[in-house]
Design a protein around this ligand. Structure first.
Ligand code: ATP
Ligand code: MG
Length: 355
């Protein structure tokens, strides 16, 4: 298969980990007989420096003309004093909006060899493998009216609003992912209190009736927050609205231990997506060859699976991650001293050796 991938390395360790992910993708391409063409674009601080804007039009066009986007990270102290419209983070929010990416995916996987990095008990964390599907473009973060009012601005207003079609499209995506995984879907809401949650539940029930092969349950967000800590193995795919997803995905990330291990995807209905690590540009370790490339590499595995339908290829990468960790090649964030490039080299070898 021939695919064109837009690569936006960004700033700080973004460039280092993007380099690693591209090398792994090239290895996957040669092992499985694919052709991946990388097209480079600027975003964030590097774009501000050379183009005067965190998101140049040519970057947007490049992404639109590609089959998927791989993004490193943006930001750093150099741009901290820029005016709000010239902040690197604007580039990130802008590209998600320009591309219409409404589904945010965060897998949470407990790697056996890293279980001790989690603050949770071993028996709770072991074998956890779940996926949070968060609605990204609606809900209380975007509802109008919002702001302060009253003579002394003593009233603060936020509005939680959802259109039915916004819920339908995220729920439909979640069913697709549940089908690709273990066919179990937990929809999280607050239907005992919120009208938007009651509509959410309606939409999920309608979709459940049309997809009888998927086991569906409803859970209130407070109960889900407890269960993520007490028994995370009870979940396979979780689908939820924007704010609940924001909170639950950070909570769930503690199961894995390190920020350097967490991949993410932001997608739309047609399978197009942007893939990036959850971590930022980590200015403190940038340029020192100390970054953990695995979050970015796992993000590229999500790209293979979810945008290109290459399940076997993605599994080869995921397996290699486990093997590299088991063999003891771990970066500083995982308590050892492997470099970014060495971890990447070992990844490449593992992807090849699995032959
Ligand atoms: P941002 O605002 O861009 O999200 P942040 O200040 O939240 O940035 P991150 O860049 O996400 O911070 O990282 C926080 C710290 O975690 C870093 O300073 C770094 O020490 C560590 N860290 C993050 N990502 C990695 C990684 N891939 N490898 C090793 N350490 C990492
Ligand atoms: Mg951060």
């Amino acid at each position: 298969m021939k695919k064109r991938i837009a690569v936006l390395p960004g700033d700080g360790i973004g460039t280092e980990v993007a380099e690693g992910a591209m090398k792994v993708l090239e290895t996957v391409a040669s092992r499985f007989g694919h052709q991946f063409e990388f097209a480079f674009g600027k975003i964030g601080g590097q774009a501000i420096d050379s183009k005067g804007t965190p998101l140049p039009d040519e970057t947007i066009n490049l992404c639109k003309e590609s089959d998927a986007v791989l993004l490193g990270a943006v930001g750093g102290p150099k741009w901290d004093k820029m005016p709000p419209e010239l902040r690197p983070e604007k580039g990130l929010l802008g590209i998600r909006k320009e591309l219409g990416l409404f589904a945010n995916l965060r897998p949470v996987t407990a790697f056996d060899s890293l279980i001790s990095s989690s603050p949770l008990k071993k028996e709770v964390v072991q074998d956890v493998d779940l996926l949070i599907v968060r609605e990204l473009t609606g809900g209380i973060y975007f509802g109008k009216p919002s702001g302060r009012k009253g003579e002394n601005r003593e009233t603060a207003v936020d509005t939680l609003q959802y259109e039915r079609h916004e819920i339908e499209r995220i729920v439909e995506k979640a069913f697709t992912f549940a089908r690709m995984r273990n066919k179990k879907l937990t929809s999280v809401d607050k239907a005992n209190v919120l009208e938007s949650s009651r509509m959410w539940r309606e939409v999920v029930d309608e979709a459940a009736a049309k997809n009888p092969d998927i086991e569906v349950e409803h859970m209130l967000v407070d109960a889900a927050a407890m269960k993520l800590i007490s028994n995370p193995k009870a979940f396979d795919v979780i689908v939820t609205e924007n704010m609940f997803g924001d909170i639950l995905s950070d909570e769930a990330s503690m199961i894995t231990g390190s920020l350097g291990m967490l991949p993410s995807a932001s997608m739309r209905s047609d399978g197009y997506g942007l893939y990036e690590p959850v971590h930022g540009s980590a200015p403190d370790i940038a340029g020192k060859n100390m970054a953990n490339p695995l979050a970015m590499i796992l993000s590229s595995a999500m790209m293979l699976k979810y945008s290109f339908g290459m399940k076997e290829e993605a599994e080869a990468v995921e397996k290699a991650v486990t093997e590299v960790l088991d063999a003891g090649y771990r970066t500083m964030d995982l308590g050892s001293n492997s470099s970014c490039t060495l971890s990447t080299e070992k990844m490449i070898k593992q992807v090849v050796y699995q032959l």
